[in-house]
Design a protein around this ligand. Sequence first.
Ligand SMILES: Nc1ncnc2c1ncn2[C@@H]1O[C@H](COP(=O)(O)OP(=O)(O)O)[C@@H](O)[C@H]1O
Ligand SMILES: [Mg+2]
Length: 258
Amino acid sequence: MLELINVSVNVKEGYIKKKKTIINDISFVLKDEKALGIIGKSGSGKSTIANAILGLIKNSSGDIIIDGKMHNQFSRMKRAKMVQLVTQNPDSSFDSDTTVLQSLVEVMKIHKLLTSQVSVEDLLSPLLKDVGLESINLNKRPNCFSGGELQRLSIVRALLVKPHIIILDEVESMLDTITRIQLFDTINKLRKKYSLSYIYITHDIRVLPKLVDNILILNSGRQVDYGAVEILLTSENQYIKELRDNIIMEVKNNEQII
Ligand SMILES: Nc1ncnc2c1ncn2[C@@H]1O[C@H](COP(=O)(O)OP(=O)(O)O)[C@@H](O)[C@H]1O
Ligand SMILES: [Mg+2]
């Protein structure tokens, strides 16, 4: 279980080092095997929440608690085993100078996953099958794969360490509609198979009801709404209203075409 209690992150900006609060008083609970959606305009602090959970940016106040312990009590390695991040840009998440296989083996070595009984193939085969890439040749550099394939391979890399929480930060934003739908399908299957809980950061309110249980709506670093996914239908937040209006417009336009 992951819990954020009144978490804020301040940074110092500019040459006069003026304090700027980029997330302010964020609280939520992510229970085991549940999924939370985080939605908000660009710059509203979504990735900062992810970075704070991962310990990549320090929270200035509040508590981040993973499985009952303050998150900074865990070593970096242990935390990486518990929480994994899959980011928006699959191109930059694999080293462009080596093959994808080498990058994946590197993760296995860092986390000491290879033993005399467990081979690279033992670790990779089931995961590649899970994400629908069982017959793929991994002996190629990242630029030889499609965006959808790389995004799935990022998920494979995240799952190698058997995390119980995965944070998916706008993973669909570089993908076309069909590839997106397939990716969401895969994510849902993985959630059940590996008893994962996840945080899904997105701009797409259409996919959230299929993927998450709860929603956190952000505006300028503050949480404006938090609750069951249905709040997407009722939230008075201007950004969510605009997203709802866009969907209504799309539906109307499609009706005209038909
Ligand atoms: N390390 C940092 N130092 C200074 N400002 C930052 C830092 N990280 C993020 N920000 C700022 O904080 C705000 C929120 O950023 P971010 O969490 O990336 O938003 P989102 O993911 O919702 O687009 C932005 O204005 C961004 O420029
Ligand atoms: Mg972001």
